[in-house]
Ligand binder design. Structure first.
Ligand code: S3P
Length: 168
């Protein structure tokens, strides 16, 4: 089973993907890390060189061409589900879980802003407004996920239980 974790920046996709993969004894795939590995650029450098559109094209290509193991947990970039047919593609090729979180909670977790080109120049107040607006835009895509879980204080046992339900 391929399990794609989706959700806004800061909701904990990479950490939860690692923890869940560990419990299920599946390998973990981090698509942002794959972009960095394949392109030889950090995400920030990629945005600077090719712009957001170039990044979206490349992340969709990586999503669809990566050689996934039969069973794996995949951490996706926060914007990935919201471009092209990426969300439908993930639903067709595996199971999707939306790690849902409130804007204020996301903001409190968004450290290392300089690594995230979309928010690197925003102060705290601007960031909260930005996250509120973006989340509203993105939620219709995220909510196509097969499972939606509240990601605040989420423990990995709960996530694992949800996956076990899918496995029957
Ligand atoms: C983005 C989220 C980032 C990364 C890029 C764009 C977004 O991933 O893909 O900076 O549009 O929300 P994380 O959600 O892992 O921070």
């Amino acid at each position: 089973m391929k399990i794609f974790l989706v959700g806004y920046m800061g909701c904990g996709k990479s950490t939860k993907a690692k923890q869940l993969a560990h419990r299920l004894e599946y390998p973990v795939v981090d698509l942002d890390a794959e972009i960095v590995k394949k392109s030889g650029k950090t995400i920030a450098e990629f945005f600077e060189t090719f712009g957001e559109q170039g990044f979206r094209d490349y992340e969709s290509e990586i999503l669809k061409t990566y050689n996934y193991p039969e069973n794996c947990v995949v951490a996706t970039g926060g914007g990935l589900p919201c471009f092209f047919d990426n969300m439908d593609w993930m639903n067709d090729h595996g199971e999707t879980i939306y790690l849902e979180m409130e804007p204020a909670q996301l903001v409190s977790r968004l450290h290392n802003r300089h690594k995230r080109p979309l928010i690197k120049d925003l102060d705290d107040e601007q960031l909260l407004e930005f996250v509120k607006v973006k989340l509203e835009e993105r939620n219709p895509f995220y909510r196509k996920a097969g499972i939606i879980v509240n990601a605040f204080d989420l423990d990995v046992e709960k996530l694992e239980k949800e996956v076990k339900k899918l496995q029957g």
